[in-house]
Design a protein around this ligand. Sequence first.
Ligand code: ADP
Length: 581
Amino acid sequence: HCQEDVNNNTPLEVVAKDSAPEFKWHILWEFVKPQLFALICAVVLAFGAAILNIQIPLMLGDLVNVVARFLRDNTGNYVGEITAPALKLLGLYGIQGLLTSGYIILLSRVGERVAADMRKTLFASLLRQDVAFFDANKTGQLVNRLTADIQEFKSSFKLVISQGLRSATQTIGCFVSLYIISPQTHRLDEQVAKATGVADEALGNVRTVKAFAMEERELQLYAYEVDKSCEMNENLGTGIAVFQGLSNVALNCIVLGTIFAGGTLISNSELSPGDLMSFLVASQTVQRSLASISILFGQVVRGISSGARVFEYLSLQPSIPLCGGGRIPHHSLMGRVDFMNISFSYPTRPGHEVLNKFNLTLPPCKTIAIVGESGGGKSTVAALLERFYDPSSGVIMLDGLDIRTLDLSWLRGQVIGFINQEPVLFGSSIMENIRFGKPEATDAEVIEASKQANAYGFVTSFPDGFNTLVGERGVTLSGGQKQRIAIARALIKNPSILILDEATSALDAESERVVQEALDRATRGRTVLIIAHRLSTIQRADLICVMSNGRIVEAGTHLELLSKGGIYADLIRRQRAEEKK
Ligand code: ADP
């Protein structure tokens, strides 16, 4: 079904909508279904426990009746008479305890498994989304959904079922009121998430915030969101307080009334003291379960709204589907790329046209460099070729085929290699990091790729060699070493097209030389698109294109462009002047 919506560009507003997501019971059902047997067992056990809970006051009444009779008549064998009902009661306590722990064990099993399934499905669904989705959604909020929301949903789920079953057998009627104020709490939770999002973003990008002296504004944003959620919380708190206060008054009145009326009945010998005792204990139980219902009520609403947030992205389809579409067999793949009349603006900035009728051809096995001032749209060209976004108009062709008709996983996974200016390595071994480019690669292939990328030497100089851990908890690699691992990671898939996004601009001269050497080797026999920042690295490119205002305004070899004396010649002159300073 992947293929159906190849051209179906969901407008981003749908993704970034502000309203509270809806709770979809049928999705919950899909997750609960595999656990149905355990859930039913839990329900049966919980029901048993609840029924015993009703029995216990009655048994207590029997006991009190024995005591009362003994007090009144002062005859008979007290121990003999009390033993049987006492033992029976003790037995009931025991069974009740067993049933309770039984259903709690089952419920927590169901809850944990449902939550684990949800986490995995949600994570998979997030990974599937377009890059535009991540432009529009704060990472912090997404991570929150994976952790806090699912946690919340899980504990709500468990609590609601266990408490709910117990309370329901005694006070079914109260459930109706649960839904009445629910929309309010919905908004409340959204609000908390929003506030967290602001904080998360500000903290995550603290350098940028500081560089622009924007602390004050971020603080104001956060304070505004927090105040809003504080107000909503207070309103909800008041609601719960009033509900609980009223129900307490009502129940205390019942107790008073029971004692009053019961006392009258006893004095007329129409009721035994034991019956009154049963009645009082029973009404206490009802009171307790009513009190827990007001807590439970908050929990149901919270569970529903966190569940809804989790479900929101489960059913969200990326507008660029990951699979489906054609492939070109490796041996007949030329690696020719044509950008034809491409216009594009980022979904998060619809008014701002980055590319405007952009045309460019990447001939097979040639190296094309794009230069131009920063912000001119060079990286955007690469992002479009990777299909991180689809152009607003125009077509990108690979070997004459519209890339929108091609299988995206194949395109990204096997055709295009991407080497970024600031490579990100994952917190695992070097071996795994290189293999990330081709999961089925053998150790020998990894080693071969590392040789091509000039990385073999330094990797084997580590005591653990390819098993050396990198990332936050592993060894710290220099920029040039990271870069070479990233090159190996791109080379291992033997891509026909290689995109180098300012691949050498962050390095010192010595690392740049080794990296450049690796790159020269890597680019041989492939179609290469260089997004260039430093002009020195691209002089040998087959074609240099100068970008301005979303189009290519000059193209030619280094020497051609120099002698032309246009923008490129100007850039070179400026760069030389800067180097002299
Ligand atoms: P270059 O690579 O030439 O420096 P880019 O292609 O990165 O330029 O950026 C071109 C324009 O698009 C810039 O104005 C930039 O602010 C904007 N832009 C880049 N990435 C995004 C994004 N993910 N969302 C919105 N705007 C973006």
